[in-house]
Every structure is written in C-alpha cells, then in structure tokens.
Design a protein around this ligand. Structure first.
Ligand code: MF3
Ligand code: CO
Length: 264
C-alpha cells in the first residue's frame, strides 16, 4: 500500500530552522494585517503593507512571480472575498462590513518557504459565515492533530473532511495542501478529502515522518463543493455563489507532537 514512487523531502535540523524562520515572518504578516482588514480598505493596500513587511524582514513574497502553467502571479497576497475560495487578486476593491476575507501569504527566506492563510471577518458578519469560519478553523486543527510520525496523509484528509461534512458544509476538491521546504509546493499533496478509488494514485497515501514539512489548507464551502475559475485566470470561486473559507498552517512532523510553525 505504501507508494514507492513518491519522494517526500525530509528536512534536517538546519533546514527546519530555516523553514521556521520563514514561517515566523508569515505569521507576523498575518498578525500585522489583522488590524488593517476593516471596512473601507482597498485590497491592494493590504498587498502593499504585506510586501513591505516581508521585505523589511529580509524575505521575499513567495507568490509574486510564481508560475502556474504559463501564468505568473503578480501579487504578494491572495485575497479572496466571500464566495471566492482562493487565489483572489488584490485590486482596487474595497472591503465592506459583513464580508469574510481569506488572506493567503507565502514567504521565501534564506532559501526556504513558509505558507499560511487566515479568513478574517470584516466587522460584524452573519451567523452562517461565523459558523463557516469556526468549522473551517476547527477542521484545520483536527487535521493538524493527525500530522504525527507514522500516520498517513489520508489520516489528515479524513479528519478534515469528517469535521466539515458533519457540520453540513463541503470540502473543495480541486485544490489541496502540499509539502513545503525549498519550494513552495513539494510532495506530498495533502487533500482535504479522502480520495475515491480512482484518484488514489494522484494523491498517494504517504506515511508521514519526522522532518517532513507540510501545508494543510482546508477550503470549505457553505454550499456545494463545486468551484469555477474566473476570467482573470486566477480567482477560484464557489459555483453556487455561497461563502467559502480557507485556513492554512505550515506544520512540521516531529514525533508525536505536530509543530505548527505559522501560529500567531
Ligand atoms: N497558499 C496557496 C497555495 O499553496 C497560494 C498559492 S498562490 C500562487 O497554493 F499564486 F502562488 F499560486
Ligand atoms: Co499553500
């Protein structure tokens, strides 16, 4: 059952220290942004604040210039509002009371990466949206608890999916978490659902070992799980137009205790 053809990087102590340092900047950016995520702010302003912050700390924005297929992502942050799931682009749009806003940030520092996302409430939000945020964050915590030596990727997937679906919400299928280290995206993919039989070779059920670093990132829809990509080529949004939330932490496997590196 153990897939032999997937090589997952195992990082030594020195590399882990560097991933930790990158993740510290990521966590500090999100914490710093929190007070700026208010009604009236332009999402491009948030992007500028984040880029300044990262460069002041000696890092580089990991997403800016990142290539997917033939497209190059032009910003420091992904800012995804309400029904937008992930990869929303900063723009002259202004945040309004009642919205939920996922802010995703990656940092490269000294050759290593950190990656995290947090969905903020803009002022007061509806009960439905608050429940969506709470459940998504809880599913991330339950997924993280499974990130221990000897467990497998699907243990994380199952924990996230069960939590989300028990609350009547749905898990996005098209995008998944990932290994992280000297690249933003490394093996193994970390799906937030247990893949059906037909997809199991796409998402190998890798055994987790001390020294592996992974980004766990549930994307949870209040309605159905289906998503589309907008005409801008980036923004992924819920097909039914209902709200979506996204939380992400970079975690290192370390014996029986998962270490969250992007906590703030
Ligand atoms: N956290 C996201 C991910 O892991 C952000 C990538 S945005 C991109 O996929 F622009 F860099 F692709
Ligand atoms: Co990520």
């Amino acid at each position: 059952m153990s897939p032999v053809n997937v090589r997952v990087p195992v990082h030594d102590a020195e590399a882990i220290l560097k991933i930790e340092a990158a993740c510290r900047v990521v966590a500090d950016v999100l914490q710093h942004l929190r007070s700026h995520v208010v009604p009236g702010v332009e999402t491009l302003e948030l992007d500028a604040i984040a880029e300044d912050f990262i460069r002041t700390r000696g890092g580089e924005p990991a997403f800016k210039g990142y290539e997917v297929d033939t497209k190059v992502y032009p910003y420091t942050l992904c800012v995804s509002i309400d029904e937008e799931v992930v990869h929303g682009m900063p723009s002259q749009r202004v945040l309004k009371e009642g919205q939920i806003v996922s802010v995703d940030v990656g940092v490269k520092l000294d050759g290593y990466y950190g990656d995290s996302a947090y969905t903020f409430a803009v002022g007061g939000i509806s009960e439905d949206k608050q429940r969506l945020l709470d459940v998504t964050q809880e599913s991330l915590q339950l997924g993280i608890e499974q990130a221990v030596d000897g467990h497998r990727v699907y243990d994380i997937s199952r924990a996230v999916q069960t939590c989300v679906e028990n609350q009547g919400f749905s898990v996005v299928r098209e995008l998944v978490g990932h290994g992280i280290g000297q690249h933003l995206h490394e093996e193994p993919p970390i799906p937030n659902f247990v893949p059906g039989l037909l997809h199991r070779n796409r998402y190998p059920n890798v055994q987790l070992r001390t020294g592996m670093a992974i980004a766990i990132e549930p994307m949870v829809n209040l309605g159905l799980f289906h998503v589309h990509t907008a005409r801008d080529g980036w923004t992924v949004y819920a097909a039914d137009g209902k709200p979506s939330a996204h939380f992400e932490h970079t975690v290192v496997i370390d014996g029986t205790t998962p270490r969250i590196l992007t906590e703030w």
